[in-house]
Design a binder for this molecule. Sequence first.
Ligand SMILES: *Cc1c(COP(=O)(O)O)cnc(C)c1O
Length: 415
Amino acid sequence: MSDAKKTLPRVEFPPGTRLDTLAVREGLPRSPWGENAEALFLTSSFVQPDAASAAARFANEEEAFVYSRFTNPTVMMFERRLAALEGAEACIAAASGMGAILLLGMALLKAGDHVICSRSVFGSTIMLFGREFAKFGVETSFVSQTDLGEWRAALRPNTRLLFAESPTNPLTEVCDIRALADLAHGAGALLAVDNCFCSPALQQPIALGADLVVHSGTKYLDGQGRVIAGAVCGSEALINEKFVPVMRSAGISLSPFNAWVVLKGLETLSIRMAAQGERARALAHWLEQQAMVERVYYPGLPSHPQHALAMAQQSGNGGAVVSFVVRGEAEGGPEQARRHAFHVIDSTRILSITANLGDTKTTITHPASTSHGRLTEPQRQAAGITQGLIRVAVGLDDLHDLQADLARGLDTLSR
Ligand SMILES: *Cc1c(COP(=O)(O)O)cnc(C)c1O
């Protein structure tokens, strides 16, 4: 695949065109019809001009659209636009965020390889590395999100990949991406970062030294809770030589329709992240002042343990996910804490009770009984997911309505 000539035309921009412009215009040149909005190419295959061209294109000697499992114009527009925003040379779209991480593993790892992964990454990511890849002889060590010494101590001669996510869900722990990149490169390994929570509008892991960026497009990239999508960004050499051949054989492909939805979502990404981050910061401050709130987790608060690192790494924006613990455990144990958390959640009338995040509609969830419900109580305690913990993924709802919705439950709890 690596000898493919990159000949498909590009949109031409004046030198120095900035990210906000690329977010609404990077993609492919317009078709002969001159459409201003990007076209949705719902077609499984592409007609070839003659047999010889078809042969050259199937042999990958000539770049062209062939079959939508691995080449589609709408999907390519999404890939080019996301690559531009991440400051990456290339991008490959996948059917979902988990599909992107599966693709990452299949592209980079083989039996006998070792991976180091933060213990606090997305739950399905832990299952994929810890259980599914283990079946194929890839071993993963899980380490602390924030203790660099644990990452260093876990390095082995066969370590190929370090995998991190920052901030994490739901406790918003922040890792030092540049330090992890240096550690990986010193050991001859690659660093991949799941940039779901910040998106490239706030954090560009490649500029901080990461080799690969993984996305769940389902979250902020779409931003409106409509489709499942994923992507991996990285160097042209890695994407073309390691990832494209796996996609062609394995077919974890993003549908053109979903690509089109996320492509349009990218146009408003930076203004959404700014507005949602601003609401989240204000809500986090307000929560810290509520009598029945024991603790608030939000990187934009000075009380957050990695506040300074987060502000430096995330463009001064803490992101839009706020978690907090309601009082109750100290007085009545985990059962009381859980009753209190459920009372706060069930007293809302506006917030959506759902485990998704990254939507313009603010969502609320109880991690201990949903996303982390399959863990045992001791595992949950070790992970810091207590029964009083509530996660709010702040959308574009009015701040005062969000406060009133949460106050309704918080103000009617009895100690
Ligand atoms: C949701 C999520 C994923 C998985 O993405 P899907 O699109 O649901 O497959 C991966 N990482 C993080 C951080 C997520 O929040």
